[in-house]
Design a protein around this ligand. Structure first.
Ligand SMILES: *Cc1c(COP(=O)(O)O)cnc(C)c1O
Length: 934
């Protein structure tokens, strides 16, 4: 059997049956009818023909073999680490964790929400800050978000952001990218050379320890900055903070960084969870997802996402940032590393790392090699006049990569994997030998406060306890390993095991992003091939996989447009037209790219209103930079007007950005780069099988036509004219083998078939549910694209039953809810994808129909509006089995509605959660165990 037949859920017989139900003779006939001819492409993708799973693994082994796993001591924010095997196998390689969705339905997400709360607690404890969010995309973007947070929160009128010259170079590159469009001026301050702070500035960024390894006492600078009305960000290494005074203890306003070295493999640059934490008073300006504690319908403590009104889904161009998909799976891993080691284990690891650095410095000093800084944690910079290249080469001979700083200096970073033998080898490369360990000058900055004091960090230290803790949390959650997740716009399709396997191979996992090119030929080949395949699929000329989420792809694409206009002298073009139906990230990204958002209306059929478009173009003709549209539209329809729309914008001198999140409806049938668009981002974590990870990782490649190619992101270590949107050249390179394997195994025919079946499945669901719930929008011949919107507003109006009630009731039936109230409030958007088989599609339709039957009984007055199975959904095992049952409907209906397999029932651990209560009483770190007692 070919892989395509395994990836695609409905088999040929089922497809025939589904086609019959919607009235088409074949998949081809369906696609001919559904896709407007103006965009239709009739070619065959020039991709290699499908390979089997075994062949694909063999090819990937060969590619991986071209990467050289070495001992990397390059440092610069990326370090060797030991992923505890129990975490690798039971989190990173476990579909119960990696196939979950972002925890917007908190009742079925308590496990990952608890893990994320542990993450937030770990970060707040170690940094000494009040509140941490649930992960950022990497250190560079976390620091950039800290800068804009400081801009929003500082009262200073200055546009100057002062930056420690000892900042990680890739962080500096991302800061530059993000500062320029916002009119923020970066001012580097060389602290060692006695550099002075600017006269006026709104914020100060400090690196701790510095890129050189130096540990400095930043307290006087924090004081000076506060006196000037500026906010201070400290980018701190969390492992160093196990030994060093925390940023919060010296009055920092914001702490940012990465949690990579807490057990997350290097992966040639990612994915890793960045972190961002703030002092009290700034939590409502904090970007990103924040987990909080609230209570459920029984008053029991329960977790959910807090303060969502800050986010782009609601605030759009006024959001705190464009971050949507973050790094949940990696944040879970890092938090579990802290749970596994606990405070004492963590301190011991940090001490060991530091001791190796001291041994290294001692050996160098004994041999007469100057060590640049007296105070350091893990990184020693050696001064070797004119000898740096020779030292680096000698170490490379021994299989150890050191950092060439400049001709006279070499840096060496110790990490958890460093041994005395490695230290001896490094010393040998310098022509030195082990000697008495140095004394560290950082002693006055030693940490005296506790961390990780919550019991969760001290109770799961045996492997048995750890395994059971992980199992208990993942058992609380509903992920793709239990059943369908029909979320519109999210494309929750199969993530095949064969696609996932290579990710944890050492030849992909253990490669430093700044390793010398001679070590990374496999990755370079894989990236080049994947970029070429994506260019072929989208019809564009050039692709960059650097953006580590869709939102970052949007920013990269808009910056390319900005760069293009500016290069032509069109500096005044700064208006971005965005339809009212657009995803919230679009507007937020446009603002980050220095653009003004102008909203274009949609007509009654959900299409972009071309008359309003004309009006907006006329009004902003000279300032028009771009239009951002999603195709197929966020309404799940192939709009016929797209080519005309592109023409109108081009005629006015604007560029067309097509948000490619819905590419699952196009692959093999239409190519945005050929139907009029100039740039798109794709979501490899939607269309191309990277699992959602409970809210990340993701990859958001940006694809452009040739005239924009020179404005694509560049290597953050060699920025030149190219901006970098993430801290590593290829972003989250470590998960690219997943998409590579998917394309390799599907081949051109399999991919086109997947698209057809995705469209078939959506239309099948639409046809089956249409008489029970109105389907809001349709295109050609009444067909939808790959998703459909069910309109609940008339039902809500007539019965009081809300989308929320239906979503929660679906949990009782064993389903994850569809997308709620996006893009239209009061509706559910269903995207079944090609991977769900007919039995599962039918089970979903049956559940939705049964729920409609329940709604009808409410409407008929059979059950009170405030006492029916919808109103009280979801039902826990505890509620259903309680000795008292005060409700107007039977227990059996509550717990085992029609079609539910009693032996395989999913029970949510909590009842419906009160979100507003949690926002009013904000608690964002682990509550004490007593809080759970009654
Ligand atoms: C998912 C999505 C995005 C954002 O992608 P992230 O990876 O979550 O940042 C943007 N636009 C649309 C239409 C989407 O569905």
């Amino acid at each position: 059997m070919t892989f395509a037949l395994r990836h695609i859920g409905p088999d040929p017989d089922a497809q025939t049956q589904m086609l019959k139900a919607i009235g088409y003779a074949s998949l081809d006939a369906l696609m001919d009818a559904a896709i407007p001819e103006v965009i239709r492409w009739h070619g065959t993708l020039a991709l290699p023909p499908a390979a089997s799973e075994e062949e694909t693994i063999a090819e990937l082994r060969e590619i991986a073999g071209r990467n050289a796993v070495t001992t990397s001591m390059i440092g610069l924010g990326y370090y060797g680490t030991v992923t505890p095997a129990v975490i690798r196998r039971n989190v990173m390689e476990n579909p119960a964790w990696y196939t979950a969705y972002t925890p917007y339905q908190p009742e079925i997400s308590q496990g990952r929400l608890e893990a994320l709360l542990n993450f937030q607690t770990m970060v707040t404890d170690l940094t000494g800050m009040a509140t941490a969010n649930a992960s950022m995309l990497d250190e560079g973007t976390a620091v950039a978000e800290a800068m804009t947070l400081a801009r929003r929160s500082s009262k200073s009128k200055s546009n100057v952001y002062a930056v420690d010259a000892d900042t990680l170079p890739q962080t500096l590159a991302v800061l530059r990218t993000r500062a320029e469009p916002l009119g923020i001026e970066l001012r580097l301050v060389d602290l060692d050379a006695g550099g002075e702070l600017p006269a006026e500035y709104f914020g100060l960024h400090l690196q701790y320890p510095g890129a050189s390894g130096a540990v400095r006492d930043h307290a006087p600078l924090v004081e000076a900055a506060h006196a000037a009305g500026a906010l201070v960000t400290v980018a701190a290494d969390l492992l160093a903070l196990a030994l060093l005074r925390a940023p919060g203890e010296i009055g920092a306003d914001i702490a940012a960084g990465t949690t990579q070295r807490f057990g997350v493999p290097l992966g040639f640059g990612g994915p890793h969870a960045g972190y961002l934490a703030v002092r009290a008073g700034l939590e409502r300006s904090l970007p990103g997802r924040l987990v909080g504690v609230s209570r459920d319908a029984d008053g029991a403590p329960a977790y959910r996402l807090a303060l969502q009104t800050r986010e782009q889904h609601i605030r759009r161009e006024r959001a705190t940032s464009n971050i949507c998909t973050a790094q949940v799976l990696l944040a879970v891993m890092a938090s579990m590393y802290a749970v596994y080691h606990g405070p004492r284990g963590l301190r011991a690891i940090a001490q060991r790392v530091h001791d190796h650095a001291l041994a290294l410095a001692g050996g160098l000093a004994a041999a007469g090699v100057e060590v640049a800084h007296a105070a350091f944690f893990d990184t020693v910079t050696a001064v070797v006049p004119a000898r740096a290249a020779a030292v680096v080469a000698a170490a490379a001979e021994a299989g150890i990569d050191l950092r060439f700083v400049d001709e006279d200096r070499v840096s060496v970073s110790c990490d958890e994997t460093t041994t005395a033998a490695v230290v001896a080898d490094v010393l040998a490369a310098f022509g030195a030998a082990p000697a008495v360990a140095a004394q560290c000058g950082a002693r006055p900055l030693a940490r005296t406060t506790d961390y990780l004091t919550h019991p969760v960090f001290s109770t799961h230290h045996s492997e048995t306890a750890m395994l059971r803790y992980l199992r208990r949390l993942s058992d609380s959650d509903y992920a793709l390993d239990r059943g369908m997740i029909p979320l519109g716009s999210c494309t929750m399709k199969l993530n095949a095991t064969t696609e996932m396997e290579p990710v944890t191979w050492p030849e992909f996992a253990d490669i430093h992003p700044f390793a010398p090119a001679s070590r990374t030929a496999g990755y370079e080949a894989l990236v080049a091939q994947l970029e070429a395949w994506l260019a072929e699929i989208t019809g564009y000329d050039a692709v960059s996989v650097q953006p580590n989420a869709g939102s970052q792809g949007e920013l990269a694409g808009l910056l390319a447009i900005r760069g293009y206009h500016r290069a032509r002298g069109d500096v005044h073009r700064d208006v971005c037209l965005i339809p009212s139906s657009a995803h919230g990230t679009n507007a937020a990204s446009a603002v980050m790219a220095g653009m003004r958002v102008v909203v274009v209306a949609c007509d009654d059929n959900g299409n972009v209103d071309l008359a309003d478009l004309d009006a907006k173009i006329a009004k902003h003709r000279d300032a028009l930079a771009a239009i951002m549209v999603t195709y197929p539209s966020t309404h799940g329809v192939y709009e016929r007007g797209i080519a005309e729309l592109c023409g109108k914008v081009h005629d006015a001198g604007g560029q067309v950005y097509v948000d490619g999140a819905n590419l699952n409806a196009l692959v093999g049938f239409a190519r945005p780069g050929k139907f009029g668009a100039d740039v798109s981002h794709l979501n490899l974590h939607k269309t191309f099988c990277i699992p959602h990870g409970g809210g990340g990782p993701g990859v958001g490649p940006v694809a452009v036509r040739s005239h924009l190619a020179e404005f694509l992101p560049g290597d953050p270590l060699e920025p030149g004219d190219h901006h970098a949107v993430s801290a590593a050249a290829h972003g989250s390179a470590g998960i690219l083998p997943i998409s590579w394997a998917y394309l390799r195994m599907m081949g051109p025919d399999g991919l086109a078939q997947a698209t057809s079946v995705a469209v078939l499945a959506a239309n099948y669901v639409a046809v089956r549910l249409r008489e029970h719930y109105p389907v809001l929008y349709a295109g050609n011949e009444g067909l939808v694209a790959h998703e459909c919107i069910l309109d609940l507003r008339p039902i809500t109006k007539a019965t009081g039953v809300s989308v929320d009630d239906v979503a929660k009731r679906l949990i009782d039936y064993g389903f994850h809810a569809p997308t709620m109230s996006f893009p239209v409030a009061g509706t559910l958007m269903v995207e079944p994808t090609e991977s769900e088989d007919l039995a599962e599609l039918d089970r979903f339709c049956a559940a939705m129909i049964a729920i409609k039957g329940e709604i009808d009984r409410v409407a008929a007055g059979e059950w009170p509006r405030d006492d029916n199975p919808l109103h009280h959904a979801p039902h826990t095992a505890a509620a259903v089995s309680a000795d008292e049952w005060p409700h107007a409907y039977p227990r059996s209906l509550a717990g085992f509605p029609e079609g539910v397999d009693r032996a395989a029932k999913y029970w949510p651990p909590v009842r419906r959660i009160d979100g507003a209560y949690g926002d009013r009483n904000l608690v964002c770190s682990c509550p004490s165990p007593e809080a759970f007692e009654d």
